[in-house]
Design a protein around this ligand. Structure first.
Ligand code: G6P
Length: 616
């Protein structure tokens, strides 16, 4: 949440900052601002999008080779011009952009007010700006000169909460001071130039050499130097990594929206996720990232999955897969609940944290808790080098490529693919699966990308169905077994981007409440592919029909029974029922996409949401 970008070097900072903010806009988009350093520090900020910010800049404004920018997702204070970042300290000595939450900000604010400080905004960030300035000015008459970075360091020692931040001091305008605790920051290293950003997307156009800051790191950067220390002012050795991210991966590539592009990328994302791991010819499956912990996984007494949002839905599919294939008891928890409810974590438990971004604050905190209780914690993440893979001892990356649309699509199917492979590998090793079952699953998984291609060919038909639900106020999604998590995910997709209230339910639970809502205005999307509970779901469809609900069913190709009952059927190819989530979710993603487009919603940046939830 909130995107940060900063630059010092030989190019015009304004271009880099605006372009960078556009790439980071998925992290928050309620206001934006930049500070450009020329002879003075000039701040431009406004409520709204980066394009709104761009429109208030004129040619005379955009000089300078040092600067920083911010795109905001409001935590403290409404999205207004004043609350937008950057924030200046009261006397103008410091300027700051910040991602995260300063939890003790009210206490600090009262202390500063007692010292004569006044505040223009309602933000916790302005408190930090003033705190830094207060520390700095308190040492102004010291015999030994007191640097701006020392003021930042000492102020941060007083702060509780999370931050990724960049500070510029009026007294040292050629210098960027960056610090991280809890909220991600990446430094890009160029020739006589440095970049700082919340993730690598604003940087890759210029350099693929990066340093991911660790918690407690403070980086002091000028055009020609980088000095990495920690909060105790102990020098840290920079760990320079090369990133493998291409510019075209983060562009729309001819699609109207990132979300649509990402829906269409799923066959490739799944292939990339299986590449080098799943061999159709050799009927083999190898997850290199789990090699060192595989024995523990095989003999685990219990597996706990922790995640948030769509990743939690993937985790629920994972629970069904792991219990079915490995017979190891598995539980799925919302990370935000897990971390605050004193959960039972036994020493031999294996915890799997799932996260697209690898930065979700609650998931990170839940990992810390599980680690401190002695559990072995593994990660399933998409963003290479993000915090969760660095916090976990082992894991498996999804190779879905950058996901920019706020509503997650390809990350979900890539996560389910990884969890399927994990369950298969463990199940085969601990005899939960026979050789035949294991090999059949390898064959089936291998065919999934091709089957998704076939479903995507039906996008026009799904678009027509969207016409029927675009004016609805509510929608119900029903599924059983492996398709219950898909029902939840379908409902989440619809509400996230089209703002239609939608609920996912286990189909049989419909009778315990939601059936009361069904009338001729209620679209009911039923996941009804052929599996062992097919007859039961057919009965549920009858029950909806008897109450005049509009039935849209996702069925296995060639199904005539449901075709005769439902208002519309969307066919998906046959597959092993454990793999059906990978197919049935595709029409639901398309349905929510087209519904949102028809309602005129901003599909890639739905209101109030952000992609990387770095605050709890
Ligand atoms: C946000 C995003 C969702 C995502 C969730 C968890 O709510 O909008 O798409 O599923 O965070 O994020 P993670 O990066 O941990 O998967």
């Amino acid at each position: 949440m909130c995107g940060i970008v900063a630059y010092v070097g030989k190019r015009k900072a304004s271009n880099i900052l605006i372009k960078g903010l556009k790439r980071l806009e998925y992290r928050g988009y309620d206001s934006a601002g930049i500070a450009l350093i020329n002879n003075d520090i000039n701040v431009y900020k406004c409520q709204g999008r980066v394009s709104d910010l761009e429109s208030i800049l004129t040619e005379e404004d955009i000089h300078g080779f040092v600067g920083m920018g911010h795109t905001r997702w409001a935590t403290h204070g409404e999205p207004t011009d004043i609350n937008a970042h950057p924030h200046e300290s009261m006397n103008g000595d410091f300027i700051i952009i910040h991602n995260g939450i300063i939890e003790n900000y009210s206490k600090l604010k009262i202390g500063l007010e007692n010292e004569g400080y006044s505040f223009k905004s309602e933000t916790d960030t302005e408190v930090l700006a003033n705190l830094i300035e207060y520390v700095f000015l308190s040492h102004i008459n010291d015999d030994i000169p007191f640097s701006a970075e020392e003021a930042v360091r000492q102020a941060l020692l007083m702060v509780e909460g999370a931050y990724g931040l960049v500070v510029i001091a009026k007294s040292e305008k050629d210098k960027l001071i960056a610090a991280r605790k809890g909220s991600p920051l990446v430094i890009g290293i160029g020739k006589e130039e440095y970049f700082i950003a919340s993730d690598a997307t604003p940087i890759i156009e210029y350099t693929n050499s990066v340093i991911y800051l660790n918690d407690g790191d403070i980086a002091i950067i000028t055009k020609n130097s980088l000095n990495l220390t920690n909060l105790k002012n102990v020098s840290q050795k920079p760990d320079i990594k090369t990133i493998d991210l291409k510019l075209d991966e983060i562009e729309k590539g001819g699609f109207e929206h990132y979300m649509l592009k990402e829906i269409y990328e799923q066959p490739k994302a799944i292939k990339d996720t299986c590449r080098g791991r799943l061999s159709f010819e050799a009927k083999a499956l190898k997850l290199g990232g789990l090699h060192d912990v595989f024995e523990e996984l095989k003999s685990a007494k219990r597996i706990l999955i922790i995640a948030c949002g769509t990743s939690w839905h993937a985790g629920l599919v994972g629970e069904y897969l792991l219990e079915e294939f490995t017979r190891i008891p598995t539980e799925v928890e919302y990370a935000s609940e897990f971390r605050y409810r004193n959960p039972v974590i036994n020493k031999g438990d294996i915890v799997i944290a799932i996260s697209q971004s690898g930065e979700t604050a609650d998931t990170l905190a839940a990992i810390q808790l599980a680690k401190s209780a002695g559990a072995l914690v593994l990660g399933v993440c998409n963003v290479v080098g993000s915090s969760i893979p660095r916090e976990t001892v082992a894991g498996v990356y999804t190779h879905a490529g950058p996901e920019i649309g706020v509503a997650s699509t390809k990350a979900f199917t890539a996560q389910v693919t990884v969890l399927t492979m994990m369950a298969m590998a463990i199940g085969y090793a601990n005899k939960g699966l026979t050789k035949k079952e294991y090999e059949d699953l390898i064959d089936e998984l291998y065919l999934i990308p091709e089957k998704i291609e076939k479903i995507l060919e039906k996008a026009d038909f799904v678009e027509k169905i969207a016409d029927l639900i675009k004016d609805a106020n509510n929608a119900l999604y029903l599924g059983r077994g492996y398709l219950f998590p898909v029902a939840l995910e379908g409902a989440l997709k619809l509400k996230e981007i089209s703002y239609i209230h939608a609920e996912g339910y286990p189909a049989a639970e419909m009778k315990h409440g939601p059936i009361a809502l069904i009338d001729d205005k209620m679209p009911v999307i039923v996941l009804a592919t052929k599996d062992h509970s097919y007859d039961k779901i057919v009965s549920n469809i009858q029950e909806v029909k008897a109450r005049k609900g509009l039935i849209i069913a996702v069925v296995t190709e060639g199904d005539t029974t449901i075709k005769n009952m439902a208002d519309y059927v969307i066919e998906v190819p046959h597959s092993d029922f454990a793999l059906a989530p990978l197919l049935t979710v595709i029409p639901l993603q398309l349905l929510s996409y087209y519904t949102a487009v028809k309602r005129g919603c901003n599909v890639d940046q739905p209101r109030n949401l952000a992609k990387s939830v770095t605050v709890e």
